[in-house]
Structures are given as C-alpha cells and as structure tokens.
Design a protein around this ligand. Structure first.
Ligand code: IFM
Length: 468
C-alpha cells in the first residue's frame, strides 16, 4: 500500500560517488598507484579490460560536476578521498597537490550550499601498502589512522559527515576471499585477516578524526538481507551462514565487540584468519560511532549448495556453484527469483528488503541515526534522438525504495538521510563501464554529461521533501 511519503525538514538528501570510479587523472597531481590501477590493468580482471585511467574525467571537470550537484537543490554530496593522492606510497608526508584537489571540491560544495560528506576509503589502497601485505597486514590499519589524521587536519573545518570505510565486506571478501576485486586473492584466511584489519582501521581512523573534528563519524556497510530459498533446514542454515558472512562479521564486532560464535566456529580451520585479533582490538572496534551508514541494492535468496537441484526444481535461477574461494567455502549460493523485477543489470529489485533491513538494524543493533548512503539501479541508458536520457525504470526503482525507507521511518526507525548511487555513470569495478548507475549520463569518449530524467525527478523530490 503506497504511503504518503513526506520527509522531515532535517532529512538529508544526497548523491554519492567514489574516487577511482569517477576521477581519472591517475597520474596527475602526484597521485601514487593504487591496487585498482594494478588490478584493472591486469588482463582478464575487468569487463572489456576497462580501467579507471580516465573514467568520468571528474578531476578535470570538477566545476561542471559541482554545478550538477548544486542543480539538485539543497543536498549533500558523498565522495571518497583517494588515499594515493594524499600519500602516494600509503605513508609519509602529505602530498599537498592531492589535498588541494579535495579542498577545492569541498570549498566548491560549500559555496554552492551542498554538505560535503567524506568517505576516507572506497577501495583504492595505495599499491605500496598492498606490496607490504595490504589489508592482511595489521600495519595497514595503523597507516590508515595516520592518513585519516592528515585528511581530518586538512578538511576538518568543512566536512559535515565522515565515513571511515565503504563496505569493508567488499574490501575483505571480494578483494581477498573471492578475487573478484583488487587485489584479487581467493584465500579465506587472508579475507578473515582483512575483515579484522578493516574494522581495526575504522577504529584507528575514528580515533584520529575525533582528535580533530566535531562532525559525526561512522562507517558504511553493505548489509544484505538473506532469505532462505525454502523452509528446508539446510537452506535456513545456509541463509544464516550467509548472514553471518556478509553482515554479522561486521555488525557484531562494531556494536557488541564480539565476532559471531557460529562464524568463529565456521572459520576455525582457516589459519591464521581470525587469530589476527589481538587483546583490546574488539574494545576499540566497538567504541561508539555517531551514525551507521547502510548501502542497499537487493536481497539475496540463499540455498545450501547441496540443494541447488531442489532450488532449480522450485523455479529459481541457479548458477553453477563456486568451486574455490570464500563462496565455495561457505557452502551457500544465491539463487535467482525469476519472477522478481530486475534492474537492467539483472539485479533483483526488492524494496521491502530495505524496510526490513532498517527495522532489523534498529531492533537488533543500534538506535543510532541511520543513513542509506547508497541505493540505485544500473539501467541500459542511452541518449535518444532528442539528446535526452529517459530512464523511467530508475525513477521507479528510486521511488519504491524511498517509499520503503519511509515505511521504516513510520515504524519508528531513526533514518536521517538517503544518498542515490550515483551522481554520474562511472567505472563499476570488475564490470567496467558496462553498468550505468548515474542520475547523469556520461558519454565516456567526450566526457559530456547529460542529466537524465531521474536527475530532474530527484530534484523535485528534494524540493518537495516528499515523493511527487
Ligand atoms: O559502485 C558500487 C560502489 O562503489 C559500492 N557500492 C555498490 C555500488 C554498485 O555496485
């Protein structure tokens, strides 16, 4: 039943991007090499061999992009700082040119009355740190604290919200557990170490930020609801394992200072793995945050790998089960609901999952303010003969999710803001440029920006503080 979705005056409307996905200019301004430069230049790692070398050329189109952001009205803009622009080798003195670039961006936002929201880490680790072990090394968390202190000192007077890391699950498990993301390992033990060190890095960065800034500090998690494919006990257990793997391995230490017992048990044979945890770490990790940021796209229906034939017979779309890496180890596989609506990139659309997720977090974990810091759909957008990009499916997707978010608010959940992923079409990691998430279409060869219909729709939503 559609609700009358009117939002509070203080509700934060925003858009989001990330450095490697939009900036390009990978050799400009003293920037060092990041793991995504290396990974995307390794044959076979990204669709079509795409790289972020140029991406949206945001580095050279900052003013134009600032005007596009401002054109949405009273809003916030969440962007990430590329660590390798600030410390090209991941440690040592700050590179002033890198700081200047983000100062210009932050000042440009404020001049346009847009609230800057900074993510300190959105996956582009300096390659030099990866060469020393990357997120499997405890030292990376220490270095991250130093980097956070530099950025806080340089931009702290102007940033309104700080997100330490974006989706540490992807950092640890796609980067080290399945190999789909940089640096490309498929090693469960490495992923467990990375899991812990990203959380420790969050603690170190929070501590550094709090020494300098008053603005709220949090972390962005991609908590994904997991539903069993059937009421068979194996599928129910598979969904619970998947929830532990994707969600509780981060939520429990952050809010309760423990790793979930079932996951500790599941991963006990992967050494050194969670032996990376040292006395005192979990107390630090659970130090209070000011908000929790959640990125939501879809809900996963999970089956035990021993029951994939049954899932197929029940009408689910079933892919061949993984044979190595973290997914094989988990023994649970995502199956597709063919009857569900899908985005152009074939992601299942499940707005009610967002309501459920927000309610679950507030009931089980925290009464802190929640922000949905990413939500959006990749569609098969193109500029038509009229030069415009008509994207009704994206508008529908955003509207459904905003209704779902509003339903959570009506149920008493403390949701304070919503950020569309993404402002611009951009480099979608291993999928390269094959997926377009933007409110603004980017013609990559020319860098020409064309606001889509969804951009104008979102502007109306922001102006009305309600769904039209
Ligand atoms: O593009 C990504 C983003 O970098 C992190 N969250 C999910 C988005 C869509 O896949």
């Amino acid at each position: 039943m559609p609700n009358n979705a009117k939002f509070s005056k203080a509700f934060v409307w925003g858009t989001a991007t990330a450095s490697y996905q939009i900036e390009g200019a990978v050799r400009a301004g003293g920037r060092g090499t990041s793991i995504w430069d290396t990974f995307s230049h390794t044959p076979g790692r990204t669709a079509n061999g795409d790289t972020g070398d140029i991406a949206c050329a945001h580095y050279d189109h900052v003013d134009e992009d600032l005007d596009l952001i401002a054109g949405l009205g009273r809003s916030a803009y969440r962007f990430s700082v590329a660590w390798s622009r600030i410390q090209p080798e991941g440690k040592g003195p700050a590179n002033q040119e890198g700081l200047d670039f983000y100062r210009r961006l932050v000042d440009g936002l404020r001049a346009r009355r847009v609230a800057p929201v900074v993510t300190l880490y959105h996956w582009d680790l300096p390659q030099a740190l990866e060469d020393a072990g990357g997120w499997t090394a405890r030292d990376t968390a220490e270095r991250f604290g130093e980097y956070a202190a530099i950025v806080a000192e340089a931009l702290g007077d102007s940033v309104e919200m700080w997100v330490t890391l974006n989706e540490p699950w992807c950092v640890a498990w796609l980067g080290y557990g399945t190999g789909e993301h940089a640096p490309g390992y498929a090693d469960v033990s490495k992923a467990l170490m990375a899991n812990h060190h990203t959380l420790l890095a969050h603690a170190r960065a929070s501590e550094a930020l709090r020494r300098t800034v008053k603005a709220p500090v949090g972390i962005a998690l991609n908590v994904t609801p997991m539903i069993p494919a059937s009421d068979h006990e194996l599928d129910i257990a598979a969904a619970k394992r998947a929830d532990g793997f994707q969600n509780r391995l981060f939520l429990d230490p952050l809010f309760w200072g423990t790793y979930p017992a079932d996951m500790v048990e599941h991963y006990s044979s992967h050494k050194p793995g969670l032996d990376a945890v040292r006395p005192g770490d979990l107390e630090e990790i659970r130090r209070p945050m000011d908000f929790l940021a959640l990125n939501y796209y879809s809900t996963n229906v999970m089956a035990d790998v021993a029951r994939l034939d049954a899932a197929k017979q029940a009408g689910f779309e079933v892919a061949p089960p993984p044979t190595s890496g973290a997914n094989a180890d988990l023994g649970a596989a995502r199956v597709g609901r063919v009857y569900a609506p899908h985005t152009g990139a074939r992601w299942e659309v499940d707005p009610s999952g967002l309501t459920g997720l927000l309610v679950r977090i507030s009931e089980e974990y925290t009464s802190l303010p929640l922000y949905v810091t990413e939500n959006g759909s990749a569609e098969l957008d193109y500029a038509g003969p009229d030069g415009q990009v008509h994207d009704p499916k994206r508008i529908w997707y955003l509207e459904q999710h905003l209704r779902a978010l509003h339903a959570a608010i009506e149920r008493g959940v403390n949701v304070r803001g919503y950020f569309v992923w993404s402002l611009l079409d951009n480099f979608e990691w291993a999928h390269g440029f094959s997926m377009r998430f933007g409110l603004v279409f980017v013609d990559y060869p020319t860098a020409k920006r064309t606001p889509k219909d969804s951009y104008r729709w979102y502007r109306q939503v922001i102006a009305a503080n309600a769904l039209p």
